[in-house]
Ligand binder design. Sequence first.
Ligand code: DAH
Length: 339
Amino acid sequence: MKEKLEQIKQRALEAITEAADLDCLNDIRVSFLGKKGELSKILKGMKDVAPEDRPKVGQMVNEARNKIETELEREMEIIQRQIREEKMKAEVIDVTLPGTQVNVGHRHPNQIALDDLERVFIGMGYEVVEGPEIEYDRYNFELLNIPENHPAKDEQDTFYITKDILLRTQTSPVQARIMETGRMPIRIIAPGRVFRSDEVDATHSPSFHQVEGLVVDKGITFADLKGTLQQWAQEFFGPDTKVKFRPHHFPFTEPSAEVDVSCFKCGGKGCRMCKGSGWIEILGCGMVHPKVLSDCGIDPEVYSGFAFGIGLERIALLKYEIDDMRLLYENDVRFLKQF
Ligand code: DAH
């Protein structure tokens, strides 16, 4: 019996020293110390041991159990320490290495110009609103006094989705949408993307941005329009900027005008920027046509208003002296970071 016990202990200890991981150790624990393990088998065989020898054998089994348990613990700690050390080695951080750089983008010139423009108009009490890019023909043309077969409809080479639904060619439909709500007075700007079936070149793109402006109230006159745009031009292009109104035609305004600003590069003397004229064309505007007012549910005998439309890319290109519109759409951060 004693020999058998000694053998078991020896085998257990050998297995422990050879164990490669915690699972192995666990298997050893089960097969030697477990309920059906080798030591339990010995204890079960006690009935065959002479009664006077039983305490002795019992003691020997306990000693063997203790020895095996102690060794198991010891080996377990060694393996656990190894695991910890390997983990620490694998996770080590060299704080002297250069960090990973997070590449921060840059505000787009369009956005810089728009923020600047919004700041001025918000300062004058305007609200910034938006309309849908996919628009009904009714808002994009009809309510703006551009009826079916009007030549102005052909000028704006339009992307149609159905006969009645299209990608808006201008931000002017937001005028009609706002007027239709019936809330008075109106003082809004509406920036947004517009679409025209144009070929890409240095000054054209099938998708670009406009900022629409609309004021409707009692007693609004052309003088208000002039004063407003003069104020904006001076804050946007510089305090010495002058504005010039040239008669023009838009179906939804009467009278209508195109507005030039004195060249902010040469101050009006004439340079490459203004092609020698001293003036740069920047927007279209006018007094809201009485028919547009009444079609949108506003009584033109009581109310009057003015509207304007600014090409966002146009003023961004001018202000930041960028000579090719395509640069705005390439999103090359090395280009964008210059502004
Ligand atoms: N929607 C016009 C265009 O895209 C620009 C415009 C002109 C807007 C005169 C206006 C305006 O509000 O009054 O060409």
